[in-house]
Ligand binder design. Structure first.
Ligand SMILES: Nc1ncnc2c1ncn2[C@@H]1O[C@H](COP(=O)(O)OP(=O)(O)OP(=O)(O)O)[C@@H](O)[C@H]1O
Ligand SMILES: O=P(O)(O)OC[C@H]1O[C@](O)(CO)[C@@H](O)[C@@H]1O
Ligand SMILES: [Mg+2]
Length: 325
């Protein structure tokens, strides 16, 4: 039997918010309306879906948002959605509201929810929206560019005062499971050391020895970019100060990295991905993720996308170390 054409598209944002999510929402809404479809915005991710916080969207409802950080739909982490009962309830609510195509903007966790809904008969397409860049089927995730620029600018400022005082600075950036923000800032800010969750067994004694050596070579400061997944920055700073005699301060950049007006790159990619997601649904596709890989936009089966493994490019890490000499 031929598939029924899509008539109503739902859109939600889920997991940690990311700058550029609004640009993606706007693209979904306007592309769908342009194709004569109805659009329903779902507030607060899967939690809002389960609580039936569902609103109709017109083109004007997404005016003046492309430049704004956060997500106008708001977001949530929803435990109930991880359960089979929650997933069945969510699928039933989609059917109740006539949502036959759903765009999920979020990270890997959010895609697992989308995968479950797809298996329960709701056509779903995921868009990678996470500052963590930790989705294997894409070289780009919405929010990473803004987040890494925000962190870079903050670290430049810390570096100024660190140099003036000839201090060591331990600067903690986001990334519980992924070190991309740490790696990019490490290179862009000229850090002496980058600590990433992918390299859990780093050697603190070697860092301390390196600080001694750097002091002898006349270096005026020592910057350590430490990913949240390693954490413990305040204690680490105390240990380093004690062992090296170099005054050491810790700064945890925290959630400032998730906010702010998206960069041009984030707005552009989010707009493209939002529009492509609607096209895929209209073509009758489901259980897909939009990605940007090898220089072009592509879509992947969610099951395959989730099975793909993303690793920190070794050459990037090696170059980062070389440049820190
Ligand atoms: N295995 C799963 N099955 C169904 N739903 C899931 C599953 N894992 C996660 N989810 C849903 O997706 C939500 C978001 O997931 P998660 O907290 O991992 O964030 P994310 O989408 O990976 O984004 P980020 O890591 O950038 O914050 C969860 O709160 C939950 O509602
Ligand atoms: O504080 P929250 O919102 O629970 O989430 C923090 C996590 O979310 C992320 O910022 C990704 O959105 C991770 O880097 C971080 O570990
Ligand atoms: Mg995630």
């Amino acid at each position: 039997m031929p598939k029924k054409p899509i008539r109503t598209i739902g859109v939600l944002t889920s997991g940690g918010d990311a700058p550029g999510m609004n640009a993606a929402i706007r693209a979904v809404v306007r592309t769908a309306l342009g194709k004569g479809l109805r659009v329903r915005g779902i507030r607060r991710g899967y939690q809002g879906l389960l609580d039936e916080e569902i609103i109709d969207y017109s083109a004007r409802d997404v005016s003046d948002i492309v430049q704004r950080g956060g997500t106008i739909l708001q977001t949530a982490r929803c435990e109930e959605m991880r359960t089979e009962a929650g997933q069945q309830k969510a699928a039933a609510i989609c059917k109740k509201y006539g949502i036959d195509g759903l765009v999920v903007i979020g990270g890997d966790g959010s895609f697992m929810g989308a995968q479950k809904l797809s298996h329960l008969g709701v056509n779903t397409v995921g868009i990678p929206g996470t500052i963590d860049l930790d989705i294997a089927c894409t070289d780009y995730t919405i929010g990473f560019d803004t987040a890494v620029n925000t962190a870079m600018e903050a670290i430049d400022k810390i570096r100024d005062t660190s140099t003036s005082h000839q201090r060591c600075s331990v600067i903690e950036v986001m990334g519980r499971d992924a070190g991309y923000i740490a790696l990019w800032c490490g290179v862009a800010n000229g850090a002496e050391r980058i600590l990433m969750p992918e390299e859990k067994d780093f050697d603190e004694k070697a860092i301390i020895a390196d600080i001694h050596a750097c002091k002898e070579r006349g270096k005026k400061n020592y910057i350590i970019i430490n990913a949240e997944g390693i954490g413990d920055s305040i204690n680490m700073a105390e240990r380093i100060e004690k062992a090296t005699g170099m005054e050491t301060r810790a700064t945890i950049l925290g959630h400032m990295q998730r906010g702010g007006s998206p960069t041009c790159k984030d707005r552009m990619y989010a707009s493209m991905m939002g529009s492509i997601a609607v096209d895929l649904l209209v073509q009758g596709k489901t259980n897909r993720v939009v990605g940007y890989l090898e220089g072009k936009y592509q879509d992947f089966d969610i099951d395959e996308a989730l099975a793909m493994k993303k690793t920190i490019p070794e050459y990037q890490y090696e170059i980062a170390k070389e440049l820190a000499l």
